[in-house]
Design a binder for this molecule. Structure first.
Ligand SMILES: [Cu+2]
Length: 125
């Protein structure tokens, strides 16, 4: 009785160790997966910062910090949009200084405070 109980404990102990090792393997696998996700996300982020959408200025309201653009496809961290004409907010009115209707622009936009907001804008010469 005493012996078989001891065996059981040993067996159970062994199983626990095996399970722990297995769980450890699973976790390290997940950690690798997470690390890879992080890498691809940061790559996507750096791609976003250089990929600008095309637009043509329809209207500018510097005081209202808004601009109406006929824009091409937008793909950023928070926005994915088909081409259309629509108003945008801007993070800073300075982005609109010297910008006028008819200008061709390149811009980046993100969804900020429930508004599609232009975060950078360059007039194309
Ligand atoms: Cu749009």
């Amino acid at each position: 009785m005493k012996t078989s109980r001891g065996k059981l404990i040993v067996m159970f102990g062994f199983m626990t160790v095996t399970l722990a090792a297995y769980a450890g393997e699973q976790n390290s696998g997940k950690a690798v997966e997470k690390a890879e996700m992080k890498t691809s996300r940061s790559q996507a982020k750096s791609a976003n910062s250089t990929t600008m959408a095309d637009g043509e200025v329809e209207d500018v309201d510097i005081e209202g910090k808004s601009i109406v653009l006929k824009h091409g496809p937008i793909k950023s961290k928070t926005i994915e949009m088909e081409p259309m004409t629509m108003p945008f907010s801007v993070t800073d009115a300075k982005l609109l200084s010297g910008v006028k209707a008819g200008d061709k622009v390149k811009f980046t936009a993100e969804y900020i405070n429930d508004e599609v907001t232009i975060t950078s804008l360059k007039v194309q010469k």
